[in-house]
Write a protein that binds this ligand. Structure first.
Ligand code: HEM
Length: 246
């Protein structure tokens, strides 16, 4: 087994552990943060079904970003759409047998052309941080670095169109990691750069602003019903205090 295979195999196990344990812990933390006040952003739904629909619209359409700023919405929505297309294209590396829809030509083509959309969205988001004064003012180095990291991943992925890699061997390597039967990883430099940046992303994810993905579901301005006139809102921890008094 080559040094590169052992190095990347070990790094992927480590990164996967940090990602999954870190994410689970963050979600646990989010679920424990008290929401003492009723603060849904109006107009807000009055029922739980209404809240579910509102969050679904946020997830699919980025609705509140759309009402806030159209350019940011455009770049960010396109980027996330491309991310989904890339995910579908990449599932061929992790499913055995490959799921039927993943091998469809249209899904593979959409994943490939999505790479250009992804870069377009990312460059738009980067330009926004550089050229819009009020955004530049509140941008920290990590805001730029996260964008650069994902640009690096998308760009190195796209480069493999010209610097071919043995896709079947890559698949074998990842299935091998999943089933604990390691096999060789091709040592092509572009592939190794792509994968190294992915490892970095996996490790950084639970500590970064990328937590907005699970965070959306825990946002009280989005996940509360507008029923403060009908019911008295008492947060869970206050309920515990009240029952102790009785
Ligand atoms: C362990 C995870 C990953 C593996 C094994 C992997 C592997 C690959 C390989 C082998 C290619 C070139 C061949 C092909 O397109 O099928 C590729 C392309 C690409 N990857 Fe990844 N990648 C991973 C994660 C990611 C992530 C997290 C992103 C996005 C943030 C990403 C974005 C891309 C893009 C945009 C392309 C270009 C698609 C194309 O032009 O066909 N990859 N990846």
């Amino acid at each position: 087994m080559s040094f590169v295979t052992i190095l990347y195999g070990t790094l992927f196990y480590f990164a996967a552990a940090v990602l999954f344990v870190g994410l689970a812990y963050r979600i646990y933390e989010f679920s424990k943060i008290p929401a003492p006040l009723k603060i849904p952003t109006p107009p807000a739904p009055k029922t739980k079904t209404g809240v579910a629909v509102r969050i679904l619209r946020e997830v699919v359409l980025f609705e509140s970003l759309f009402s806030a700023t159209k350019w940011t919405w455009l770049f960010s929505w396109l980027f996330h759409l491309a991310l989904l297309l890339a995910l579908f294209r990449h599932l061929k590396f992790f499913t055995d047998p490959v799921w039927w829809f993943v091998s469809l030509e249209i899904i593979q083509a959409a994943g490939h052309y999505g790479a250009y959309i992804m870069l377009f969205g990312l460059f738009g988001l980067f330009a926004r941080r550089v050229f819009v004064d009020r955004v530049r003012y509140i941008s920290s180095p990590s805001d730029y670095l996260m964008l650069l990291l994902i640009i690096g991943i998308a760009f190195s992925g796209l480069l493999m169109k010209w610097f071919h890699t043995d896709v079947l061997a890559v698949r074998q390597f990842f299935l091998g990691l999943m089933y604990f039967q390691w096999s060789e990883l091709p040592a092509d430099i572009v592939l190794l750069v792509h994968l190294f940046l992915v490892i970095l992303l996996m490790i950084i994810f639970p500590y970064s602003k990328l937590l907005h993905a699970p965070g959306l579901f825990f946002s009280p301005t989005r996940n509360q019903t507008d029923t403060s006139r009908e019911d008295r809102h008492i947060s869970d921890w206050a309920k515990k205090l009240e029952s102790m008094k009785e």
